[in-house]
Ligand binder design. Structure first.
Ligand code: BV8
Ligand code: ZN
Length: 246
């Protein structure tokens, strides 16, 4: 698949690249997406699981879901999509990741500059006193409790919860300064995260979407690549590398 030379030219004059990613970039690592054909939310609805009330009324069920996902994530490896984005750090002044994913795969792939809008499945905290518990939790007596007696929950953003201020502000700033804003593997329906696409657009960034299907924001982008992120991203980097040597 050839990469449009005009995109390569724009990359050659770009200083700041931002990658806004969703569950689709981790699909090729074997981590199910939420809403795709194999989406984990086909069977279970997000409202039943990814929200605070569901957790407080049935912590065992919600923890069962997160421990199931954690097991898949621990057995997963970063794929060529994550690795290519990390490699781009060698070719561009600034490469920033703004991810909705909680799977830590961008960090494991070697990316340094990451904003995690929806938290990280490796961290946990007490619902009462907010104490963090980031070592392996003990489920032998059911849902783990804090020394204060409070329930320990995963440090992820549930529906109706505010995004971590520093992470969202960092993502907003990155989107506002981006020369090229890549939108990779997201259905772009969850807000306020998806709003960053329009923050980037209004600030004059070039929008490049990589997805296997059209999405809510496909009409707003400058370049659309329909295919798997693990194929498209390496193709873009290869085309860029050969353009800077020729
Ligand atoms: C908020 C938790 C302010 C962590 C997630 C009613 C009440 C309250 C709020 C709302 C409401 N109505 C609407 C809202 C706002 C709500 C929202 O946006 N809802 C949507 C569904 C309409 N947002 C919130 O609640 C946010 N907080 O608004 O706070 C507030 C406060 C109080 C009261 C009101 C408002 C919090 C949102 C965060 C929710 N947490 N997850 C976890 O368990 O993971 S959301 C969940 O969806 C994940 O975080 C995920 O990141 C996110 C987005 O999904 P995607 O990553 O895009 O994944 P998806 O499966 O959808 O798509 C994958 C894509 O990849 C597909 O397009 C597919 O084609 C593509 N793909 C597949 N394979 C590949 C590929 N692409 C490339 N290559 C491949 N190989
Ligand atoms: Zn506590």
């Amino acid at each position: 698949m050839t990469i449009d030379q005009s995109l390569i030219e724009k990359l050659k004059s770009a200083r700041s690249l931002v990658f806004f990613t969703g569950a689709g970039i981790s699909a090729e690592s074997g981590i199910p997406t939420f809403r795709g054909k194999d989406g984990i939310w086909k069977k279970l609805k997000p409202e039943e699981l990814a929200n605070f009330d569901a957790f407080m009324s049935n912590p065992d069920m919600v923890w069962e879901w997160y421990n199931h996902r954690k097991k898949i994530i621990h057995e997963a490896q970063p794929n060529k999509g994550h690795l290519t984005i990390a490699e781009m750090q060698n070719y561009f002044d600034e490469v920033i990741i703004v991810t909705q994913n909680i799977d830590n795969l961008h960090r494991r792939a070697g990316s340094k500059n990451i904003f995690e809008l929806h938290g990280n499945i490796e961290r946990n905290f007490c619902v009462n006193c907010k104490k963090f518990y980031n070592e392996e939790l003990d489920f032998s007596e059911g849902v783990p409790k804090c020394e204060c007696g409070g329930l320990i929950r995963p440090d992820v953003v549930w529906f109706g919860e505010y995004l971590p201020e520093d992470q969202f502000k960092g993502g907003e700033k990155a989107a506002g300064n981006a020369d090229v804003f890549f939108i990779v593997g997201t259905s772009a329906i969850v807000y306020p995260a998806a709003g960053l696409v329009f923050t980037a657009k209004q600030s004059g960034a070039l929008l490049v979407e990589i997805n296997v299907v059209e999405t809510e924001i496909s009409s707003a982008v400058d370049y659309s690549f329909f295919g798997e992120a693990g194929t498209i991203l390496p193709n873009i980097l290869e085309a860029y590398k050969s353009s800077i040597v020729s």
